[in-house]
Design a binder for this molecule. Sequence first.
Ligand SMILES: Cc1ncc(COP(=O)(O)O)c(C=O)c1O
Length: 468
Amino acid sequence: MTAEPTTRPAPTLARAKQLEMYHRALKTLPGGTNSNFRAWGDDTVYVDRGKGGRVWDLDGNEYIDLRMGYGPVILGHGDDRVDDFVNERMRQGVSFSLTSEDEVVAMELVKEMNPWLGKVRMTVSGTEATMHAMRVARGYTGKTKIVKFEGQYHGVHDYALVSVAPNNMAELGDEDNPVALAWGRGIPEEISKTIVPARYNNIEFLRKLFERQADEIAAIIVEPVLGNAQGILPQPGFHKAIRALTEEFGILLIFDEVKTGFRFARGGAAEYFGITPDLVTYAKAMGNGYPAAAFGGREEVMSVLPDKVSHGGTYAGNRIAAAAARKTLSILRDTDAIETIHATGRKLQAGIKEKLDAKGLAFHFTGAPCMFGIMFTDKVATEYRDWANTDHELYDAVAVGMHARGAMPEPDSREPWFVCEAHSQGDIVDRTIEIFGESLDYALEVRAHHQAMPHQDKATWGASPSTD
Ligand SMILES: Cc1ncc(COP(=O)(O)O)c(C=O)c1O
């Protein structure tokens, strides 16, 4: 007979109010939430408030927040510097469908921090930003097809929901001949056929594809790190090779910096990896959680706006988003917030490494310290398909165990941890490492006793990718 685990089990979270809210919300919102990716069945979290690096749910449970709203909250929840400025500006009125100085200043800041940019326009979400960047690319080149890497997430419009996050890699098709896999129903086949899947970190694949189809391909859209699988990094020289190939074949390079922008560096992943794309998209970190987003590009490419390509939006550049971007970007430009975030991430990684080394577990960190994941495998993952070969059951069990102990990473091993400036405060780093260690001990012990490891309900349509 196997003995019971001896490690202290996870405390049970109070869930009564949230369960009640879940059943109430289910009557009105599909899945009880406003996004498929937040629908975690009986475990769905209903939030009360957040401050700094912490968040509280409706039942009063307190967590160190490692999701940070899937990345946007770069400074911390309820940052007084940003909130006071937004509050002051919003009293002047929020929506005019006219242009305010806040919008101009916000986009000047985007350009100042990304000096290669010619022109930039605001949108409300990352989804809109990638949709418009793709349209500009098509409008500028007169070509239709867009190449994207398997496993990369570019939002919820029809052109983006192709080969994103299947649990079963076989659905992506043959490695040499991947299929354009639409995510869910309702996406016309004619549209998914305009998106050509390629394989991240596989430059030979891309060359062959360009050789075959360059005359049809307007652009390749690239998440500089594969954020939908914890932030798989480009192999040395990969981005430079893509840049060279796109120039050789007359194809535009779109960097989707919705996750990496103003986080990896002031100039995003473009600066971090030393690449100048043709078009770029930003969202998340530029507004510290307010719905600010943008797309932009080289002067010549963006010159199709305003006369030749459609772009608009009642809320594009609305006061709240523009003021939030103006203040957040000034803080990121003028303070060492980004350096603090990287340093905090490094401390977290050092502590986690100690815990994992003590167990002799094979693992590696993905991403960069500002946004990183932990993959349990001895082979470094280079593309989305590799995620399937990691011990993600162990990761999920640790993540769920962390919730019960007071820290909240996404309960799906595809999502990285997002570090914010406020995580550097108080005992957040030490406590997170402690909670990680305890959750790891417990998950390993449960496994050693051949019991089912804790896990959480996933989004109803399969995976829970890096989105919101
Ligand atoms: C790389 C990337 N692009 C686009 C998006 C879509 O942004 P939004 O959720 O603001 O529509 C996301 C969201 O997670 C993202 O991670």
